[in-house]
Ligand binder design. Structure first.
Ligand code: FMN
Length: 228
């Protein structure tokens, strides 16, 4: 395995909103990216996901309009200063992307004896999120942008794409070739939220306790003196 390439992909992955070219997505690339998602770990090997590829202009337009209503709902909850910052942020690339993919969760898959889910129902949901992350990283390797859109009501999207009653939409992903990947996440570039340093979030033995972490982990970006 090429370690450096792997970490370049991890840290080079971006949520893409404004850089989609709209160019056609090579079906072979799409196949590889979906296969990467389908190869994700899942509780009890239930693989509880499905992927609805959305090309339809009508469906995309309807979703876009819904997302803009939800954007307005969120915006109305902000104070004036936050609202001004939020207004500069693009939150989706639904119409510009080459393809939409709705990733769904089927809680019945493999039931009733999903090994490892008897105590933690959410483990099925976690599995779907891992499939999405695999898809996202594979797309990055392929030079394809992915943007996750969550400004929607589940029942609206479920109805729009005809989901059966117990299947949940987990994400609408915008996919496609891009002009470039930004180095810095949009929310940081646009002064909404900054990435946090890692060290304050690593504990030893009990939540909140940092003592003892230092001798175990030299973290990237820190030199020896700062941790001693
Ligand atoms: C569960 C989830 C939901 C998200 N929803 C949205 C969204 O609705 N709109 C958007 O622009 N970005 C969305 N994002 C992307 C995040 O804003 C983004 O991952 C974060 O700012 C870090 O940037 P990066 O992915 O480029 O590193 C979502 C990400 C996740 C994991």
């Amino acid at each position: 395995m090429d370690r450096d390439s792997f970490y370049r992909v991890i840290f080079g992955r971006r949520d893409v909103r404004g850089q989609f070219t709209g160019a056609e997505l090579d079906p072979k690339v799409l196949g590889r990216v979906l296969a990467a998602a389908h190869g994700a770990p899942s509780v009890g090997m239930s693989q509880p996901w499905d992927f609805v590829l959305v090309e339809s202009e009508g469906i995309r337009r309807a979703f876009y309009e819904h997302v803009y209503k939800e954007r307005a709902t969120f915006e109305s909850s902000l104070d004036e200063e936050a609202r001004e910052r939020f207004q500069r942020i693009k939150i989706e690339g639904i119409l510009e992307a080459s393809l939409g993919i709705v990733v769904t969760y089927d809680p019945q898959r493999g039931s009733p004896h999903v090994l490892g889910r008897h105590a933690i129902d959410d483990a099925g949901l976690y599995s779907v999120c891992l499939a999405i992350e695999n898809l996202w990283l594979a797309a990055t390797v392929e030079g394809i942008g992915v943007g996750w859109v969550s400004f929607y009501r589940e029942d609206f999207l479920a109805h729009l794409i005809g989901l059966p009653a117990d299947i949940r939409p987990i994400a609408w992903l915008c996919l496609g070739p891009v002009t470039h990947f930004e180095q810095i996440p949009d929310l940081e570039r646009l002064n909404w939220q900054s990435r946090r340093p890692l060290r304050p979030h690593v504990f030893m033995d009990r939540f909140g306790e940092h003592a003892g972490v230092d001798h175990l982990a030299q973290l990237p970006g820190e030199d020896a003196e700062t941790t001693e």
